[in-house]
Design a binder for this molecule. Sequence first.
Ligand code: 9MR
Length: 372
Amino acid sequence: MLPLTLNKARRVVVCTGMAFALLGLAACSDGPDAQSLGPVGLNGAARQAGLQVGVALNVSAVAETASEQRRSAVREFTSVTAENAMKWASLAPAPGRYEFGPADQLVNAALANGQRVRGHTLFWHRLNGLPGWLEAELGQASDRAGRLRELMANHIDTVVGRYAGQVAQWDVINEPLSIVGADLDTDNVFSQLLGEQYIDLALLHAHAADPSAELYINETFTEFVPTKFDALLALAQRVLDRGAPLHGLGLQGHFFFQPPDAGLLQEQLQRIAAMGLKVEITELDIPLPLFNAEPDPLAAQAGAYADVFNACLAVPLCSGITVWGLDDANTWLDSFELTQASAPNRPLLFDDQLRAKPAYDSVVAALLGVMR
Ligand code: 9MR
């Protein structure tokens, strides 16, 4: 069996059997430095469990200037998502003009590491998801709906076509529902001009551009708003009933309001699987301040991470979990308006010095505790 490693803060422990997962660390011995170990540990455990364990990255994580420590932390994951580089606004500075530099770098680095790539995201109407020029472009059109359809088709052909065979999954549609409500978001240029069928159009076109890619709708906050979760399922069912090629649902997993409810999450994953869809947790982060009242907040955070992994591991169609950032120094939560007051939020698997946290160990143990 492949030797597996657990980074324990600055130390690395080498374990050769499965026993340590069940019996604590009795089967482990002190090993060499983290630096010398390369792509084992989390990566090996993920592969053994048959679960994709991904990370969202910006290009600095794979640039030539990235330290070896950072590169080796990146290689701990089996899947990579571009945190920002593949958003429409990032790729297209002007109508019809594309700059693929950072996105290409991320894809090439991932493929060189043998990692899967999740494409994030073709159409997202919030925050910086839309290019700044879109509104003016539509404003000039005599047929705004027709022009939007045309721009969407061009965007899909250009981007999905470029990465055909390389990007395994696309978040074709991101966050179609209102933030914590159960309806389609009305503040969304796509649904305003094209109705709910903008989703079908995008899925059909993306499928034509790369028939091998798995196509997802990715949604946020469903994990603690049951009515929103129900609305997501109803939306997915309507899309399927209309014959559009939808393959999976992404639950983002930003648990900054409250820690995950493992039972509810597993039930939700099962309900998605029961529709014949795959499911992934696509943007997981669990801020440490949620556990400030606990005697050992890092251990409590580790328990919450294990809960999420165990929920997914219990559902065969739950094929992956992606954490939304490599390390605690690189989390969107520290600058987001609702969470910046609690910064540093420390929500990820590696700390701000790129040392593996207790959450890393608990995830590896969860992965090793199953045989799927
Ligand atoms: O983490 C991303 C942050 O760096 C960007 O500024 C922000 C706006 O583009 O998007 C963040 O990622 C979002 C993701 O793309 C979609 N789901 C919500 C994530 C957090 O806002």
